[in-house]
Design a protein around this ligand. Sequence first.
Ligand code: DQA
Length: 140
Amino acid sequence: MKFLVLNGVNLNLTGRREKSVYGGETLEEINRELEAFVREHGHEVEFFQSNYEGALCDRIQAAQGVYDGIVLNAGAFTHYSYALRDAIAAITVPVVEVHISNVHARESFRERSVLTEVCRGEILGFGKHSYRLALESFWL
Ligand code: DQA
């Protein structure tokens, strides 16, 4: 199987911003670990990060027929992007929503995700491991 790990706005700062919330490892380091994990299980993975909503929508649209699953951490877009929600709804590739932090234990605006309803599931609060658990869900 082939997967896409998509990271949205500000996730490029992972490892450098709010380390007590998002951990001290950079996105590149997290992605390298994920790539090894996915390969060990005989699958393929590609990565994309953007701070632009439209660029993420483009990647989601282009995923149709290319990937078997998408792991998406949309960052703050999670809480208000109807454009991302519609893009996810427009494809049949299953999407698993991911968050590094436990969004339910933080500010109240983080409690609402406009994406969850159109995702296969959601994994949050396990730090960088949230990504790995989400990927694993595709071959369990
Ligand atoms: C996040 C949680 C969001 O509320 C926040 O805006 C992020 C990261 C997480 O991974 O915990 O940028 O998606």
